[in-house]
Design a protein around this ligand. Structure first.
Ligand code: NAD
Ligand code: MG
Length: 294
């Protein structure tokens, strides 16, 4: 077997061409450079064999990298996303390249009805649901709390928080012992962000949701954990921050650079598989060295 060379620290960008996309969700295939989502040195070994995973926001960014790593580990993958068809098709192709089945479920997870139907469709199409990754999210930076409109506040909570309740409620009707729920929170829940007061507070809600749900879900053998990324090079970055901010994105971290989506994926694999069998109610921090108290 021929191995591709590993990605080294020196290969990873420490700054970016200034760029901004006007519409959220952003489009990954328009980013320069493209985020790195598939680590050629990550070789799966069947950790998720015969599992079915539903990943919200699985078309792009962190969710896409998780979908690819799950496929390498033998899982079949259901991808929920709002409307980014070309990104979703690219993710599907990559998942299928690793021999897994991938189905796409476009739709707005702000709708409770859609969330419930999404879980029901996945169970009906795949025959089970073992892993739910609540990963979709939006953010709308503002210079101060005064600029956060009621509409923005509602939208941010409707995408980042409420679907976690609808999807987890529905998923727990079908999940068996050994299943897992993994929620994407953020370093901003711990250290704040002066442009993202509303977003940071939704991510704080995700942390508390993770901790509290873990206490009841374990009664049916389901573990619930979270991942708190630092600054990661994804469509969310270029569709929310200004072009100037994007150029130096991540340089404030101790490692001096933004993370790439592939660097998050092994943590989501760990939390989904038996390796983390004694871990629930926890948040793992993948953030380039920022110290958090959790
Ligand atoms: P991304 O844009 O690739 O992913 C976000 C996804 O959310 C989109 O693909 C979109 O399909 C989905 N989405 C948005 N609104 C939706 C809606 N109404 N209905 C259905 N789906 C919807 O960006 P990402 O950075 O990979 O984001 C994934 C998660 O990571 C988010 O929860 C984000 O808050 C979190 N996060 C990102 C960073 C970062 O720096 N990129 C840092 C910390 C946390
Ligand atoms: Mg997307």
């Amino acid at each position: 077997m021929k191995f591709k060379p590993c990605i080294s620290e020196n290969d990873l960008p420490r700054s970016f061409p200034p760029q901004h996309q006007d519409v959220q969700p952003g489009i990954e295939c328009e980013m320069v450079p493209r985020p790195i989502y598939d680590d050629p040195c990550y070789i799966g070994c069947g950790k998720l064999k015969n599992k079915v995973a539903l990943i919200t926001g699985g078309d792009s960014g962190i969710g896409r990298a998780v979908a690819v790593a799950y496929a390498k580990e033998g899982a079949d993958v259901a991808i929920s996303y709002l409307c980014e068809e070309c990104d979703a098709l690219e993710t599907k192709a990559c998942v299928e390249k690793y021999g897994a089945t991938c189905r796409l479920y476009p739709g707005d997870i702000r709708s409770e009805k859609f969330c419930r139907q999404l879980v029901q469709c996945v169970v009906s199409d795949f025959g089970a649901l073992d892993i739910l990754v609540n990963n979709a999210g939006v953010q709308f930076p503002q210079p101060s709390i005064q600029e956060i409109s009621p509409q923005q506040l509602c939208l941010t909570y409707e995408v980042n928080v409420f679907p976690l309740f609808y999807l987890s409620q529905e998923a727990l009707c079908y999940m068996k012992e050994g299943s897992t729920i993994i929620n994407t929170t953020s370093v901003t829940a711990y250290v704040g962000n002066d442009q993202l007061i509303d977003y940071s507070s939704t991510k704080g809600a995700v942390v508390s949701f993770t901790r509290t749900l873990s206490q009841t879900a374990i009664r049916q053998g389901v573990r619930v954990n979270g991942v708190a990324p630092g600054p990661i090079w994804t469509p969310l970055t270029v569709s929310s921050f200004s072009a100037d901010y994007v150029a130096t994105f991540g340089q404030e971290t101790p490692m001096g650079r933004a993370g790439q989506p592939y660097e998050l994926a092994p943590t989501y694999v760990y939390l989904a598989c038996r390796d983390s069998s004694y871990v629930t109610g926890q948040v793992l921090h993948v953030n380039g060295g920022t110290m958090t108290e959790s």
